[in-house]
Design a protein around this ligand. Structure first.
Ligand code: PHE
Length: 343
């Protein structure tokens, strides 16, 4: 028995497994149901009882030895095949991570698209602005308390208001620039980032984004303004959306109004988002003050216009129900990846 085991062990050791066929031959010869090791197990019956234990261990050890050789050769053979081909095309690929657009970019693009469908072009201007374009040209008199409506970050204190530089507090400054350099008819929107010196909280931030609009032509009326804003509200929030205008004050428009849209959540029935009023404030607007037209050398006797301005964060908040402004600038991927499908 012992010799037989030794002999088989030597045979197993010497057996060359260099192909799938050789491997199968090996399996049949040694480990198969009619193989040499099976025969040895049968021979065990003839072994005297007192030797059975030791002989059994020997045969078992031999079977294990053959099985291990088969397994290691199997692995070696398949990785050799893999590297011979270079790549294994059957392996699952690595997932490609697709980024997502920021919710504010999505809403900004949507606002631009809605207004471009009715003839508005896009204009842009500097974020560091002089006093003239941010305030004076827009009918904010020097030292007038209206300047306090927008807590300004000053960059450079000048001797005169005109030489003062600040981070723009609204993109109306871009419209002041457009009026200065172009002739009516003017129909433009100015998207961009604006800055106000406010403590950061869920409801306020030291920077946010606006889209402001300006339309100047002959015979532009308040009815045109109202209809344009109704069109916007229905494109943005669905064709059942309604708007209402409340009298307000801005130095650069007269008359001025604040615009509410019917609550996007309860459709005006009243819920905790609209504080049971059925309405949500979305923007400010009005007819361009004749002083503003004059400051830009546009004849107020001949032309009239309307202007409006909205916060992109506010519209995004209503659209996506984001109730903390800080989420927009914290770059938390758990927040951002929720917008993956919006392209
Ligand atoms: N500029 C105003 C603001 O930032 C919004 C506005 C624009 C109001 C145009 C009326 C007309 O609050």
């Amino acid at each position: 028995m012992k010799e037989k085991v030794e002999q088989l062990k030597a045979e197993i050791e010497q057996f060359k497994i260099d192909s799938a066929e050789a491997m199968e031959k090996f399996r049949i010869a040694f480990l198969g149901s009619k193989g040499a090791i099976k025969d040895l197990f049968a021979d065990l019956k003839q072994v005297p009882n007192e030797e059975k234990r030791e002989a059994g261990q020997l045969v078992n050890g031999l079977r294990q030895f053959a099985q291990e050789k088969l397994d290691t050769q199997k692995d070696a053979l398949s990785s050799a095949q893999e590297s011979a081909q270079g790549i294994d095309v059957t392996r699952p690929g690595d997932g490609i991570l697709v980024g997502s657009r920021h919710p504010l970019s999505l809403v900004r693009s949507e606002i631009i698209e809605i207004f471009s469908r009715v003839g508005f072009t896009v204009s842009e201007g500097p974020e560091i602005e002089d006093d003239w374009h941010n305030f004076s040209a827009l009918n904010f008199p020097p030292e007038h308390p209206a300047r306090d409506m927008q807590d300004t970050f000053f960059i450079e204190k000048g001797d005169t208001p005109e030489s003062e530089m600040a981070l723009r507090t609204h993109t109306s400054s871009v419209q002041a620039r457009v009026m200065e350099t172009s002739e009516p008819p003017i129909r433009t929107i100015s998207p961009g980032r604006v800055y106000r010196n406010e403590a950061i909280s869920a409801r306020a931030h030291c920077f946010f984004h606006q889209v402001e609009g300006l339309y100047i032509d002959t015979d532009v009326s308040f009815a045109d303004l109202k209809q344009t804003l109704l069109y916007f509200a229905q494109e943005m929030f669905g064709d059942k959306a309604q708007i209402r205008l409340r009298p307000s004050y801005f130095p650069f428009t007269e008359p001025s109004a604040e615009v509410d849209v019917s609550c996007t959540i309860c459709s005006g029935k009243g819920c905790n988002v609209c504080k049971y009023t059925g309405w949500l404030e979305i923007l400010g607007c009005g007819m361009v003050d004749p002083n503003v037209l004059e400051a830009s050398n546009i004849d107020p006797e001949k032309y009239s216009g309307f202007a409006f301005g909205m916060g992109v964060e506010r519209i995004a908040q209503l659209k996506y129900r984001v109730n903390d402004l800080r989420l927009y600038s914290e770059n938390d991927v758990r927040f951002l990846k929720q917008f993956t499908s919006g392209m």
